[in-house]
Ligand binder design. Structure first.
Ligand code: SAH
Length: 349
């Protein structure tokens, strides 16, 4: 076993910080043994703050109409084969009703950047959700908006916002996005969200096209310094109707290795074992939990739209009823010694 790796893991555990070069070294020299040591430490830290609880978030995919043309994403504007939909307010509230009965106390509304998801529309849904379910948290994942818009959503009652930074390297960002989208604006949005008071989540894809270990090191350094309350990472998975159709997918192994590192950087962070991780590997979400994650986000969208919200090929549980999915999840978590709980699962300060 490389002595330097052991030293770096120890430094990370004790100081929650490494230099860019050190993060890169940790990634480049990853071995199964290093992964196991990191996972073990990550589990211990996670358990100290969150016990054996696994928080569930009910994901409501509110629509796949998008004005953006991100090169990796299956619901990009340019994909003519994507069958577009948008849920109505009533449909969204019905998803939440079902979710509440299944024990969900967080609802995540995610969707493409669709002009119809105006401040007026979103604020109305948020207010209705919060009035009906005051014991629930509302999370949004609806992309880049103005500071004023984010303020309105927050005032209406939204608690959290997920906006992956996608990559912390500007040049890399420009290779993954069309020129209308800017790295600086994405970062500005994240800064605004956090300042406004949202529990804020950033994140990135593991193994996205052109990604180097240096880029990942920068992602980790960014996460360290930005201090998000949540962080979503999952493997890149190609979608057949995008320009990145022929690029290889990221791996579950690297994703889990990074989950462990992120847990050690921010011991209390809310860290999901993502759907993409469960898609790339059988039992991927369980492996994610065993690597230090503490959140899973089962799908609450109406079964009729599941297949339409196809960000990448092979996305799991596109046919399952929510109830069935939650049941199976609870069982598989129990098997590995964890417990799905009915709880808002807020960030612990
Ligand atoms: N429009 C919202 C939600 C985007 S979808 C927003 O801009 O934030 C949520 C996340 O799915 C994205 O941030 C991206 O990181 C991830 N994603 C998109 N396409 C993917 C793919 N092909 N493989 C893996 N993850 C993907």
């Amino acid at each position: 076993m490389d002595k330097k790796i052991l030293e770096l893991i120890e430094k990370l555990e004790n100081t929650h910080s490494l230099t860019l070069d050190e993060y890169e070294y940790l990634i480049t020299n990853k071995t199964d043994e290093a992964a196991e040591i990191l996972a073990e430490k990550a589990r211990a830290v996670r358990e100290k703050h969150y016990g054996k609880a696994v928080y569930i978030r009910g994901l409501i995919e509110i629509g796949n109409i998008c004005k953006n043309d991100c090169l990796y994403c299956g619901i990009r504007r340019g994909n003519r084969n994507c069958d577009r939909y948008r849920l109505t307010e009533t449909e969204i509230l019905e998803c939440a009703d079902e979710g509440y009965n299944l024990g969900f106390r967080t609802f995540v509304m995610q969707g493409g950047e669709d002009g119809s998801f105006s401040d007026e529309f979103m604020c109305s849904v948020i207010k209705k959700l919060k009035a009906k379910y005051p014991d629930c948290a509302v999370t949004l994942s609806i992309g880049e908006r103005s500071r004023e818009s984010y303020e309105k959503l927050f005032t209406a009652g939204a608690d959290r916002f997920l906006l992956r930074h996608e990559t912390a390297d500007k040049e890399h960002y420009e290779k993954l996005h069309p020129k209308e989208l800017s790295f600086d604006n994405r970062m500005e949005c994240l800064k605004n969200l956090k300042e406004i008071g949202f529990q804020t989540g950033c994140g990135f894809m593991v193994g996205s096209p052109f990604q180097t270990n240096r880029h990942i090191a920068k992602d980790l350094k960014f996460i360290e310094e930005f201090r998000p309350q949540m962080c979503g990472i999952g493997p890149f998975i190609p979608h057949k109707d995008t320009p990145f159709r022929d690029y290889p997918a990221g791996t579950a192994e690297m994703t889990c290795y990074l989950l462990s590192i992120i847990r050690l950087i921010h011991p209390k962070i809310l860290l999901p074992a993502t759907t993409a991780l469960g898609t790339i590997m059988n039992g991927g979400r369980e492996k994610g939990i065993l690597s230090g994650a503490n959140v899973v986000m089962p799908n609450l969208s109406p079964v009729s739209v599941r297949k339409k919200y196809m960000l990448y090929n092979g996305k799991i549980s596109t046919g399952d009823e929510a109830a069935e999915a939650v049941n199976n999840l609870a069982k598989s978590m129990k098997k590995i010694g964890f417990e799905v709980v009915t709880d808002r699962g807020d960030f612990k300060k």
